[in-house]
Ligand binder design. Structure first.
Ligand SMILES: [Zn+2]
Length: 299
């Protein structure tokens, strides 16, 4: 768990102290806020033999098993490929049903629960509806709008977010070499682990190129490089769109006519939708269409 989780952790510990700790927690929030790390830390605390007030002792057999990644009373389910299948949820249900091997709690973590198939979500309902003492389900989810209402209503929804930007900023600075400082980094303080992942994947320079392209989209320098970045790493399309959106908003504040702004924004929305919906999209054509519309509207 990370420093910006501390307040939330205290609230959860408080709820445990007051016997209000829910058997099913849905940890939701942006990609890169550390939901999984939080779920793991909760699991460790819940499994510890001295697990009062959400502290793990680090000494007991349970803590040792947890550290060795071999705790028999913990199961973690994550998407295999694109989704979480009904078979995985059945395995979870059977795990929850059987008694604990360490005579304590049992914890099941479902990573990216919004990736459950329809039948997987249905299978999970039954487990959610019949809570057993000492059984905890910890779900993580980037986008709760993708979870069925039936699941949502049976979980305690906990939003995980960076509540202290200074702490997160400090943490990001610690992860990056001191000579790295991009003007756009500040825009991602709410997703510290995402920035860290970009750094580990050597993508910061690519993102900086997208930023420069978006900031002077009329000139469209490096069109080919940008196009290559998007086709190699499609997940960065959203980042480019975010930068262009920021540029359009700044232009509006600097006197761009509302009608022109709306037209450019519409083209941007279309570009985003096409990237999500059209399989085998001609990326180069789509991008040049977008750039041309922006060139025409922003004079
Ligand atoms: Zn312990």
């Amino acid at each position: 768990m990370y420093a910006w989780h501390e307040t939330l952790w205290q609230q959860l510990a408080q709820s445990q102290r007051q016997h209000r700790f829910h058997h099913a927690l849905l940890l939701h929030g942006l990609v890169g806020v550390g939901k999984q790390a939080l779920a793991t830390a909760l699991a460790e605390a819940l499994l510890c033999e001295q697990h009062q007030f959400l502290t793990s002792c680090g000494q007991c057999k349970s803590c040792a098993l947890f550290k060795a990644n071999t705790h028999p009373d913990l199961i973690t389910i994550a998407p295999q490929g694109q989704s979480i299948s009904v078979d995985e949820i059945r395995e979870l249900a059977s795990f929850v049903h059987h008694s604990a091997q360490q005579n304590g709690n049992k914890v099941a973590i479902i990573v990216n629960a919004h990736k459950m198939t329809h039948s997987a979500a249905n299978a999970l309902l039954k487990t959610l509806e019949e809570p057993n003492p000492g059984r905890y389900l910890l779900l993580t989810c980037d986008d709760i709008s993708q979870l069925p209402a039936t699941i949502l209503s049976r979980c305690n929804k906990i939003q995980v977010a960076v509540n202290d930007r200074d702490l997160a900023n400090e943490w990001i600075q610690q992860q990056l070499p001191s000579d790295i400082d991009y003007p756009w980094l500040n825009g991602f303080v709410d997703q510290p682990l995402k920035v860290q992942q970009w750094y580990l994947d050597n993508q910061l320079e690519l993102i900086d190129m997208l930023y420069k392209f978006a900031s002077d989209v009329k000139a469209s320098h490096n069109f080919e490089s940008v196009q290559r970045i998007l086709s190699d790493t499609p997940e960065l399309v959203d980042v480019l769109c975010l930068f262009i959106q920021q540029h359009l908003k700044a232009s509006l504040l600097n006197g761009l006519a509302l009608q022109a702004y709306n037209e450019a924004q519409k083209a941007l929305n279309q570009f985003m939708a096409d990237n999500k919906q059209i399989l085998g999209l001609n990326q180069s054509l789509a991008l040049s269409k977008l750039v041309n519309t922006i060139k025409r509207t922003i004079k």
